[in-house]
Design a protein around this ligand. Structure first.
Ligand SMILES: *Cc1c(COP(=O)(O)O)cnc(C)c1O
Length: 448
């Protein structure tokens, strides 16, 4: 960019049709240069972003309710992150931790070991993406247990690499045409309170355990991998007791319990990690997304004996724990603490859920409002049949996009609107965004 950054006003501003002429020109270049398999929620090109808004190349200012998919939890240009990365980039950009190591990586591991649930001895290892960390957690569990099978759940999302694609539930678009898939991955039924007929946490856990015992066998199962609140699958919060019953079963059967907190971690849910809401102490915890303010970083943190079961050289990668990403991660952790962002996530959650409940009171298309902290969603349904209504989710999101509000959808049926604003956003921006959503619900009908 040659333009001089000027302060973006911290309020919504729609100057052009959405997308504007400069974004349209860039979309043309994208179509000619970028593989068509890469989609965009909104074809609006970012120029700068901070404090809950994204300014586009046409001077429109959009309210950000997506945080680049739960990544910019501290904001998209958070001052401590900017300063830390600028300082590090001038020192060195890379040496490879496996060649000549550096302190930032060690410091991030120390902080992760201290921050994650449980006071037992822990180790951490750093990677670049969530999927890469999930794969490595499975490698560690297989080495430690000497077993091979991996259990995952309905609606799960764990990534797009070969192994994690097998672990992800939804076919289109994540898996369609990309098989064959990695073997020894087994899917169990989830606890989905809105749609599983009122099963309690213990009952739905018993159902999953019975399924795994009959179809896999604990003696072949290396790990159970679960999102404490499902992300892409629809922000599904399992019934209380589901996760703890599974954890107990894992402990009694020498199965490694892996919490995939890639989307739920780092203050997002009103706790540092979502496992804390139920007092869970996972064996291994996988983090990414919110960890480093947008710089590519991910981690596996877990019990020292499990982590250290892997032979020297068995874990690593050229870029894993890049020094810029480590500097950013330390600044993110400082910012969460200094700015009280765990509590802020809870406040944002109350505001968002409150606005959704007000809408739901006289619109039965808002079927289920759920989530925790600043990770809230609404499942949209046909008012008479209760069937998932992806067309309505699409129409509401399109209306919001046109009015300068970035909102994301998710869910196996695509009928869930999810809200995960940066925690640096103001209440005023959230209120304005929900005024737009209120108009959306008042004016749109399902497009399918
Ligand atoms: C996004 C996500 C992943 C994959 O992370 P990438 O960085 O996109 O590879 C894995 N698990 C969960 C729960 C996620 O939300």
């Amino acid at each position: 960019m040659t333009s001089v950054p000027t302060a973006t006003p911290a309020k919504r501003l729609v100057r052009t049709a959405m997308p504007g002429p400069r974004s349209l020109a860039l979309s043309g270049r994208k179509a000619a240069a970028v593989a068509h398999g890469v989609g965009s929620t909104m074809p609006v090109y970012a120029a700068r972003a901070h404090g809950g808004v994204v300014e586009d190349v046409d001077g429109n200012v959009l309210i950000d309710l997506g945080s680049g998919i739960a990544v910019t939890t501290v904001g998209a240009s958070s001052p401590r992150v900017v300063a830390a990365v600028q300082a590090q980039v001038a020192e060195f950009t890379h040496t490879c931790f496996m060649v000549t190591p550096y302190e930032g990586y060690v410091a991030v591991a120390e902080r992760l070991n201290a921050l994650t649930p449980g006071d037992h001895a822990k180790r951490s290892v750093l990677f670049n993406s969530g999927a890469e960390a999930v794969e490595n957690a499975v490698k560690i569990a297989r080495t430690y247990t000497g077993k091979q099978a991996v259990a995952v759940f309905d609606h799960a999302y764990h990534g797009r690499t070969s192994l994690t694609m097998a672990m992800t539930a939804k076919s289109m678009p994540y898996k369609h045409g990309f098989g064959p898939f990695a073997p020894e991955v087994y899917r169990a039924p989830l606890s989905y309170p809105y749609r599983d007929g009122g099963l309690s946490g213990a009952e739905s856990a018993a159902r999953a355990i019975d399924h795994l015992e009959k179809q896999v066998g604990a003696d072949t199962l290396a790990a159970l991998v679960v999102e404490p609140i499902q992300g892409e699958g629809g922000f599904i919060v399992p019934a209380p007791g589901f996760l703890s019953t599974l954890l107990d079963w894992c402990r009694s059967n020498a199965v490694v319990f892996i919490a995939d907190e890639v989307q739920t971690g780092f203050a997002r849910t009103g706790a540092m990690f979502a496992s804390e809401h139920e007092g869970l102490v996972p064996d291994l915890i996988v983090t990414a997304k919110g960890i480093a303010g947008g710089l590519p970083l991910s981690a596996v943190t877990g019990r020292a004996d499990m982590m250290d079961s892997v032979h020297p050289g068995g874990l690593g990668g050229t870029y894993g724990g890049n020094p810029l990403a480590c500097a950013a991660a330390l600044a993110v952790m400082d910012t969460i603490e200094a700015d009280g962002l765990v509590a802020r996530a809870s406040d944002i959650g109350e505001l968002v859920a409150g606005r959704l409940r007000r809408l739901q009171a006289d619109d039965s298309r808002l079927g289920d409002i759920r989530g925790r902290g600043a990770m809230i969603a609404v499942e949209l349904v046909d008012a008479s049949s209760g069937a998932p209504d992806p067309g309505l989710a699409k129409a509401v999101a399109a209306f919001a996009h046109g009015e300068g509000v970035i909102v994301l959808t998710c869910g196996t049926h695509g009928n869930v609107l999810r809200f995960l604003p940066p925690l640096s956003i103001s209440d005023a921006l959230i209120e304005d965004a929900f005024d737009v959503l209120e108009s959306a619900f008042a004016s749109v009908t399902s497009t399918m």
